[in-house]
Design a protein around this ligand. Structure first.
Ligand code: DMJ
Length: 556
């Protein structure tokens, strides 16, 4: 999701651990590191609840070599016999990545993003004093594209300059998906300890956000040192709800987008606390009544009840659904609870939100207390890929229905690009007042280098091999080159409906993490970062599927 920023609301006291997390902690203690927390065939514990012998063993030491041997496909590299055009297109995208990185390095290294028009850096206020968002977001893309020199530059910055000793209000969600996700992915890809230790250290700093009556975290966390002997800041480790979120609520797409990274933090540290914290939300969400089976976007971390009935598969809701299906996939299909939550949620979405326009375009509307808003955000366009990924693992009837739905939504998102003058899509498009897949409000005409549409192209390509997805991806490359490439990097544009757009002077870090990575992979063979071995977090950082090797490692 992408959220407006505003100063945190009044500080609230930290709360004692509630009952539900205590129960989880007990389950995890018995299950051992990265065993599935919830029910399903992966649970080996006897019904008696007797703790298995390995309960008392020393903390896990993650066996990286064993993990690498468990991968079913090589991580990167070209393959013999591929056609020259595909290779040339991939190399073009690699060149774009180098250009984006080189300019960031030259003008903004250590800042969070590059401002390509003014040739300086942007810090912003999303990351609580952390710096180098673009470095961390770019690391795995540089590695996968075999930009070795550039990868070494980024790594050097992490080793020498990435400072976690900061004191400021950060978005738990953004720090998790960009920093923790980027560091974890790079560790798994390279085995370099520095990425693992930084991820774990940062993960620890996020834990106080979960100190609420329900265990559902608040959205904003102060990253200051929590050791009171140092009196570093009176707000250190405290958390807040976003000032703009109604009645101190937490956001579905924020507290629901932690599982993938937090399970891996537990895996690598041997400490179940991360998995425990992230898993609490499923317990709470399974208890609360859902209007027509739908999940509203705002939930109180105090009562565990919904605060408002706004439902969206775009901003504020999006990656919650994504992490349900991906949690199941990452668990090697053992987290049956997450799979059921996903299946039920998608069924409700199909029933209440999926609509067809007069012109025959399928879209997913938003829902406000029972009233439909016939609008799709650019963010919602990730859902084509997600639904295709889920369809792949369904029974025959559902599989076909969901593959069709995924293809139709992806087609609609492509239309939102095709109907603009720049061939890039607007931030939101509507299906009302005679409008079809076009922005109707001036404030929704911008494009900020977002990845969701090419993300869906990648999944649809991998799952169908219909050449139109590569063709559509190439159209995006051409449009980016024409309208977003400036002298010193890539910039978002303020209006996709003019061929002489004004630039917004921002090279978003997710352009390097996601947009360019997904485009590159679209022109790779399927076994480069194979979906058999990896799941992409919502910032496109690949995290490994837990094949049986992890279990074997903890049993040694
Ligand atoms: C990224 O940070 C992630 O994809 C997130 O899930 C949504 N917003 C941006 C990209 O648009």
């Amino acid at each position: 999701t992408d959220l407006p920023r505003s100063p945190p609301a009044a500080a609230e006291p930290r709360h004692a651990s509630p009952a539900a997390p205590r129960r989880l902690r007990e389950q995890l203690r018995m299950a051992g590191p990265l065993r599935q927390v919830r029910g399903g065939e992966g649970r080996a514990e006897p019904a008696t609840g007797a703790a298995p012998a390995r309960d008392t063993r020393a903390p896990l030491r993650f066996d990286y070599e064993r993990f690498r041997r468990s991968l079913r496909h090589p991580v990167r590299g070209g393959r013999p016999g591929e056609d020259p055009e595909t290779r040339a297109r991939r190399m073009k995208i690699r060149e774009m990545m180098k250009f984006a990185w080189d300019n960031y390095k030259q003008y903004a290294l250590g800042k969070n993003e590059l401002r390509p028009l003014t040739k300086n850096g942007h810090i912003g206020n999303m990351f609580g004093g952390l710096r180098g968002a673009t470095v961390i977001d770019a690391l795995d893309t540089l590695y996968i594209m075999e930009l070795e020199e550039e990868f070494q530059e980024a790594k050097k910055w992490v080793e020498k300059s990435f400072d976690l000793n900061v004191n400021g209000e950060a978005s738990l969600f953004e720090v998790n998906i960009r920093y923790i996700g980027g560091l974890l992915a790079t560790y798994y890809l390279t085995g370099e300890e520095v990425f693992k230790s930084k991820a774990l250290e940062l993960g620890e700093k996020l834990l106080p956000a979960f100190n609420t009556p329900t265990g559902i975290p608040r959205g904003v966390i102060n990253l200051g040192r929590q050791d009171t002997r140092f009196l570093f800041s009176p707000f250190s480790g405290m958390s807040w709800s976003w000032g703009w979120a109604s009645a101190g609520s937490s956001i579905l797409a924020e507290f629901g987008t932690l599982h993938l990274e937090f399970l891996h933090l537990s895996e690598l540290s041997g400490n179940p606390v991360f998995a425990e914290k992230a898993s609490t939300s499923h317990l709470v969400l399974n208890k609360v009544e859902k209007p027509q089976g739908l999940y509203p976007n705002f939930l109180s971390p105090v009562t565990g009840n919904w605060v408002q009935h706004h439902v969206s598969i775009g901003g504020l809701g999006d990656s919650f659904y994504e992490y349900l299906i991906k949690s199941w996939l990452m668990s090697d299909k053992k987290d049956l609870e997450a799979k059921k939550m996903y299946d039920d949620a998608l069924e409700a979405i199909e029933k209440h939100l999926v609509k067809k326009s007069a012109g025959g375009l399928t879209y997913i509307a938003e829902w406000r207390g029972g009233i439909l808003d016939h609008k799709m955000g650019h963010l919602a366009c990730f859902s084509g890929g997600m639904i295709a990924l889920g369809a792949e693992h369904s029974g025959a009837e559902r599989r076909q229905r969901h593959m069709d739905l995924a293809a139709e939504i992806t087609n609609t998102c492509h239309e939102s690009y095709a109907r603009s003058d720049t061939k890039l899509g607007p931030e939101a498009f509507r299906f009302d007042a005679g409008s079809e897949a076009m922005a109707t409000r001036l404030s929704e005409r911008y494009y900020i280098l977002r990845p969701e549409v090419v993300e869906s192209y990648l999944y649809l390509w991998r799952l169908t091999h219909n050449p139109k997805y590569r063709q559509w991806g190439w159209e995006v490359v051409t449009a980016l080159e024409k309208h977003c490439r400036v002298e010193a990097g890539f910039s978002g544009i303020r209006d996709v409906y003019t061929t002489t757009p004004t630039h917004d002077n921002m090279q978003q870090s997710f352009f390097l993490a996601e947009t360019l990575k997904y485009l590159y992979l679209l022109f790779c063979e399927d076994d480069v970062l194979s979906l058999d071995d990896w799941v992409f977090n919502t910032e496109a950082h690949p995290l490994p599927v837990n094949h049986t090797n992890f279990k074997a490692a903890v049993q040694q």
